[in-house]
Design a protein around this ligand. Structure first.
Ligand SMILES: *[C@@H]1O[C@H](CO)[C@@H](O)[C@H](O)[C@H]1NC(C)=O
Ligand SMILES: *[C@@H]1O[C@H](CO)[C@@H](O)[C@H](O)[C@H]1NC(C)=O
Ligand SMILES: *[C@@H]1O[C@H](CO)[C@@H](O)[C@H](O)[C@H]1NC(C)=O
Ligand SMILES: *[C@@H]1O[C@H](CO)[C@@H](O)[C@H](O)[C@H]1NC(C)=O
Length: 753
């Protein structure tokens, strides 16, 4: 019974699940899996408000403007739990009734979902909502700590979707809104448009847009000094029904399209329509996948001038049969080349009515169809799109699709991973210790987590997977500031630090993490955020090799003595700090092989049907990239009635006080249970397993505490100091009830996630 109590405690200690690498190919297992309770993030959500899926970073005002359902918030950028202001924007009863009369769901769809938030100038923002299927826009200011809607109620058709479940995208360029969404109630008239005085839009033609899903828009400046005298461009990423495949079933493809900022439409042909709308297929080749993957989100990064821009895109399969998601990157120069030099496709009718799109090999008019008004056009006497000849415009109108696809940089994905589908991506540039810069990808998933990944010369390293929401809550938006990541879902927003290094407690863990933000500081004996002022030599970082030879390896793992009862199952706990580490158990110096008696799990060793010959000295080590760490050792003895103190006698050193305390608590618990049973208060001795493990799930801080104790490493004094000095110990307090029963109780009330 006493042993039962000990096992109970051990059971509570073990983390609920370690789903990290399950189902992944070996190279795409996240090195660490951070559970929801220990992600260190700050959560914002407001009672009764949902759908936190629109964000605008205002670093100039130090606020995060957050659009939700019927409400807009201004949150402190440094700490989003600080709400600086809020404004409600609800639908009226009449609007709701009209909406439900048109057959829409009154409790869900007939609400005002904030969908567009842009900065217009220093003082005003532009905001649009679905407003019960009457998309409406307004101007908003944040001044003197208040968010104020001006109440202008502009028509939002073509800017904001009617239907809150539809994908859309928009961009504000010099105070003018570019948007891609549906223009009508039914959602059947897709457009990409510019809402200026003279608004310009796409043709209503399936040749231009065929049942599209709009994903992302990006304004890329060409710069005053570009040699061609070319105009700024707006790039549009979307997926749509393909015309280029011989297929009986409907196949979708990913596309990139672009228009020129200065486009004013044509004079007769393409009046008030884009004269520069060209589109091309976007390829993200995943081996053994015949049906193209579809783009889900795009992020662009321009480290220097516009020629250095890269578009990072996440893709998921369109058929559920394959569970691979991928990230592909595209160089802007490759996209430009396809549009400015590539061949066009043209429709031809084969047999009776079947239309097939093939490469066009006839003459191409001059100026080139779809080109912006550049030096060449100006030399020919065309100073604006209204001047362009009909021949050029007619060509664009009929053949906006390029023959060539845009190939991924390196002609292969940066990352392919099985498991939860990717939903969103942002990319940050991290400066490593040696001055090289690395692109760190933050990828949101359908199961509420964020992956942090870097590609080192073709080798993809997933540094960690951080669980932020329940697995049923997909990540719906990601935004990045210099040092923080903001992650939105239908149920809340989480803020994370992107360059946090405190989670790595040992030199080995810090260096093998290959996290470009972090290096092991030998002087401070801790994992620190690297910066350019770090003097070389005292900080160790090895990003492309994971070379940790500079670490001073110390073995100060501890030994725990344990007793068991003949015939019982014993669980010895050992949690390596990396999912990539291989666990090795030894008994009296000999490797333990899996057998009927021994089962080696990722976090423990199970010993079944224990008998005298399993007694001995057990050690648990892990090996990662050829570096071996001993985590813990156990001295296992068969239980003898006289040995109540045997459990304690071998516990060495100050750092083991916690283990000792838990053991003492268990002893007291066991004795109280015995006493209670003896007095007849309890019918049978039992382990409050369901209750306790449930509480572990609910209050993950305790799990973190347990992890700290158990994931013993070479350098565990860091852990233990942190543990004993932190509030975690206070939270886990023991109370003795009036009936003399002991229960663990959570005192701290802090509502984290
Ligand atoms: C808004 O959030 C609620 C709660 O999570 C969810 O059930 C609903 O589907 C969301 N609505 C939209 C349009 O995303
Ligand atoms: C907007 O604010 C920035 C700095 O906050 C300032 O430099 C700029 O002059 C302002 N622009 C206008 C038009 O007021
Ligand atoms: C750079 O790092 C060192 C130690 O890692 C720290 O003391 C210093 O304050 C940092 N400098 C900046 C500018 O962050
Ligand atoms: C347990 O071990 C004993 C001998 O030590 C053996 O007789 C018995 O069959 C074992 N039981 C199981 C379930 O393996």
């Amino acid at each position: 019974m006493f042993l039962l109590a000990v096992l109970c405690v051990l059971y509570i200690w073990s983390p609920a699940t370690l789903t990290g690498g399950l189902g992944s190919t070996p190279n795409t297992i996240p090195r660490k899996t951070v559970p929801i309770g220990s992600n260190g993030g700050r959560l914002f959500r407001e009672e009764g408000i949902w759908n936190y899926t629109t964000m605008l970073l205002r670093e100039d005002l130090n606020v995060l403007i957050l659009g939700a359902r019927e409400a807009i918030f201004a949150l402190d950028l440094d700490d989003i739990t600080v709400k600086k202001a809020m404004v409600k924007w609800a639908v009226t009863d009449t609007e709701r009734k009209e909406c439900s009369n048109k057959g829409k769901d009154a409790t869900n769809d007939c609400k005002n979902y904030i969908r567009i938030l842009h900065k217009r100038n220093n003082d005003t923002m532009y905001v649009c909502g679905t407003k019960a299927f009457i998309p409406t826009c307004d101007y908003m200011s944040f001044a003197d700590g208040n968010l104020v809607l001006e109440g202008k109620q502009e028509d939002g058709k073509g800017k904001c979707p009617f239907d809150p479940s539809q994908r859309y995208t928009s961009e504000m360029v010099d105070g003018v809104l570019y948007s891609a969404t549906s223009l009508n109630f039914r959602g059947s008239e897709p457009v990409m448009m510019r809402s200026s005085e003279e608004s310009i839009r796409t043709e209503f033609s399936s040749t231009w847009l065929s049942e599209p899903n709009f994903i992302h828009m990006a304004h890329i400046r060409e710069g005053e000094s570009n040699p061609e005298g070319d105009d700024d461009k707006i790039y549009l990423f979307f997926s749509e029904t393909a015309v280029e495949y011989d297929s009986y079933t409907k196949v979708d493809v990913s596309r990139v399209a672009r228009v020129c900022k200065g486009d004013l439409g044509g004079l007769r042909t393409l009046q008030r329509k884009w004269t520069s709308f060209l589109k091309a297929r976007l390829d993200c080749p995943v081996p053994n996948n015949n049906v193209p993957l579809l783009v889900q989100d795009v992020f662009h990064l321009c480290p220097g001038d516009s020629t250095t821009c890269m578009f990072y895109a996440v893709f998921t399969p369109q058929l559920d049969s394959s569970q691979y998601s991928a990230v592909c990157a595209y160089k802007i120069e490759d996209i430009k080349t396809v549009f400015s030099k590539g061949k066009f496709k043209t429709p031809v009718t084969v047999e009776t009515s079947f239309v097939k799109w093939v490469m066009y090999s006839g003459d191409i008019p001059d100026p080139r169809p779809g080109a912006c008004i550049d030096n060449h056009a100006k030399q020919m006497g065309f100073t604006k799109s209204l001047d362009l000849p009909d021949k050029t415009l007619q060509f664009v109108k009929e053949k906006p699709l390029m023959d060539q696809a845009v190939k991924a940089s390196g002609e292969k994905p940066l990352l392919v991973k099985r498991g939860a589908a990717f939903t969103r991506i942002v990319v940050a540039t991290a400066m490593a210790l040696d001055g090289t810069s690395h692109q760190v990808m933050f990828i949101g998933t359908k199961s509420g987590s964020v992956l942090k990944a870097v590609n080192y010369d073709g080798e993809m390293v997933i540094i960690e997977e951080i669980q932020l929401f329940e697995s049923s809550q997909p990540v719906k938006i990601l935004r990045l500031s210099n040092t923080k990541l903001y992650v939105g879902s239908e149920v809340g927003v989480v803020q994370l630090s992107i360059n946090e290094c405190g989670q790595y407690h040992t030199c080995l863990d810090c260096v093998l993490a290959r996290n470009p933000y972090c290096g092991w500081d030998l002087n401070a004996d801790q994992c620190s955020t690297v910066n350019s002022t770090n003097t070389a030599g005292t900080v160790i970082q090895s990003l492309s090799d994971g070379d940790a030879r500079g670490c001073q390896l110390r073995d100060n793992s501890k030994t725990v003595s344990m007793s068991f009862v003949h015939g019982n199952t014993v669980k010895l706990w050992c949690q390596p700090y990396s999912n990539l580490a291989e666990v090795q158990w030894q008994l009296n110096g000999k490797p333990i092989e899996a057998s009927d008696t021994f089962q080696i799990l990722s976090d423990s060793l199970m010993i079944f049907n224990s008998s005298a010959d399993i007694s001995g000295h057990y050690t648990c080590s892990s090996v990662e990239r050829n570096y071996k760490t001993q985590h813990i050792a156990y001295d296992l003895k068969m239980w003898s009635a006289s040995g109540t103190t045997a459990l304690l006698h071998d516990v060495k050193g100050k750092e083991n006080t916690l283990v000792a305390m838990v053991v003492v608590l268990s002893l007291i618990l066991a004795m109280l249970v015995i006493w209670n049973v003896y007095r007849g208060h309890l019918p049978l001795p039992f382990c409050h397993r369901s209750e306790e493990s449930q509480y572990v799930n609910q209050r993950p801080e305790q799990k973190r505490a347990s992890l700290t104790v158990n994931s013993n490493t070479n350098n565990n004094h860091v852990n233990d100091q942190r543990f004993s000095s932190s509030r975690e110990m206070d939270r886990l307090s023991t109370t003795v009830g009036s009936s003399g029963q002991i229960s663990f109780k959570y005192i701290d009330d802090e509502s984290e996630i």
